[in-house]
Design a protein around this ligand. Structure first.
Ligand SMILES: *Cc1c(COP(=O)(O)O)cnc(C)c1O
Length: 430
């Protein structure tokens, strides 16, 4: 059974995004092509927004997952805040008229220039990851006559049980302040004149299918918030990060916990805590979801170039490659591969789906049963997160075009890069 979603499904033997046939989109715009569903995007965001309704909460979309302006614009107009990891991402938020007062700035290596830019736009909060960063931010804010609101990214040392490259909450991780050092680090922050201690944050990993590690992290943050309050350091927000996984359709893999269930359990725990130990004053809760907002809102369309039958393996050589979609090469990620127009007459065979890039790591899928012919269009499913945003120009390949589907209408939201664009900034030495 092919893996489909309400927004990417077969009608009359053709894979559609909403009510648009992907065969015609591929024919019109060419491949490789990223195609997103507007309805799927809003549906996924609304799952968070609805679960938060009536509460002091902010959903800050982690835009490194997919930072196309069309997506940011739709989310900003829906009320989303943004979790950024660079000055460039802040400029994208500003380019769509997003509210910088709903922006939080994450990352271990914020430069002086990035701090200045963010302070000049009065962002909501800097998620600080080390003591040297506290000192740098204090100095930069002081030099501008400003006060920076900060949160400390605490490493709760819980095992997110995910791929090591996307687990971030263990002691050996480069991210965050060690749990045991958090109190001291808050004392340092509270004593710096140009910082205002606003909250606490964590982000323990990505593609989490179970919410148990997230709720375990929550309990650790709650303990810290209580301990800090005893010292007179009162926090106003609690940011639990992102990390909720999506269903990539891999056989045997458990489906992720639904957003509403996870948020329901999280808010239940928070409400209980506030009733037990506090005066009922709510604490603002911030989320930083990336993948669970955009992951299954997009597919990557690619055309079969050659079928290469080998002694040990058959290769289905397609026009998309690791530069377009890096997740398989980087994380050995499993991505679903489905024909846009499934064939009945052609016999099926076992293939590795590979791209034209000159690297053995350039593969998109291993050991898939496909009945395909050169010229057929395949859809790499659930490619909306960490697809185009991680794309590169390796092998002087222009990045793919991007299309946003709204019902029966396709909008080109990023043009295909041309080779001349790729070397326009280069110069030969005379
Ligand atoms: C990448 C990242 C996120 C988003 O993670 P997802 O798994 O895509 O939800 C959230 N917060 C921080 C700090 C991140 O680095």
């Amino acid at each position: 059974m092919p893996h489909t979603t309400p927004y990417f499904d077969y009608h009359d033997g053709v894979l559609h995004a909403e009510t648009t046939a992907l065969s015609s989109v591929a024919a019109h715009y060419g491949t490789p092509l990223y195609v997103y569903s507007k309805a799927a995007l809003l549906h996924n965001f609304d799952a968070y927004a609805d679960a938060c309704s009536g509460r002091p909460a902010l959903v800050c979309y982690a835009m490194k997952a997919n930072s196309n302006l069309a997506i940011l614009d739709l989310l900003a107009r829906r009320g989303a805040g943004f979790d950024i990891v660079s000055g460039g991402e802040l400029l994208r938020v500003l380019a769509v008229g997003g509210d910088p007062r709903k922006v939080i700035f994450s990352g271990v290596g914020k430069s002086v220039e990035e701090m200045r830019l963010a302070l000049s736009h009065d962002i909501l909060c800097f998620n600080v990851e080390s003591i040297p960063e506290l000192h740098r931010l204090n100095a930069v804010a002081g030099s501008m006559g400003k006060t920076a609101r900060i949160s400390l990214r605490v490493n709760p040392n819980v095992d997110a049980k995910t791929h090591p490259y996307i687990a971030t909450g263990l002691k050996a991780s480069k991210f965050g302040v060690a749990f045991d050092d958090a109190m001291d680090t808050y004392r340092v922050a509270a004593a710096l004149p140009h910082l205002e201690v606003a909250g606490i944050d964590c982000h323990i990993g990505s593609q989490l299918l179970d919410d148990a590690p997230l709720l375990e992290a929550l309990d650790k943050l709650i303990d810290l918030i209580d301990d800090l309050a005893l010292e007179g350091i009162v926090l106003h927000h609690l940011d639990i990060g992102g990390g909720l996984g999506i269903d990539y359709g891999e056989a045997g893999e458990a489906p992720p916990v639904p957003v509403a269930d996870y948020l329901g359990r999280l808010f239940h725990r928070i409400d209980q805590w506030r009733r037990e130990r506090h005066d009922g004053v709510p604490i603002k809760v911030i989320f930083e979801p990336g993948r669970s907002i955009v992951g299954n809102t997009g597919v990557l369309l690619t055309t079969v170039e050659y079928l290469k039958k080998g002694e040990e393996k058959n290769f289905c050589v397609v026009d998309a490659a690791m530069n377009d979609l890096m997740r398989p090469a980087l994380y050995q990620a499993w991505m679903g591969v489905q024909p846009v127009q499934p064939r009945s007459g052609t016999s099926a065979d076992l293939y590795d789906v590979v791209g034209p890039v000159c690297e053995s790591g350039d593969w998109l899928a291993h050991d898939r049963i496909l009945s395909a012919e050169p010229g057929d269009v395949l859809a790499i499913m659930s490619a909306g997160a960490y697809g185009q945003s991680m794309a590169s120009n390796y092998n002087t390949r222009g990045r793919a075009a991007e299309v946003l589907i709204d019902g029966a209408t396709a909008h080109l939201v990023r043009e295909r890069e041309q080779a001349a664009d790729l070397f326009a900034l280069e110069k030969v030495v005379k």
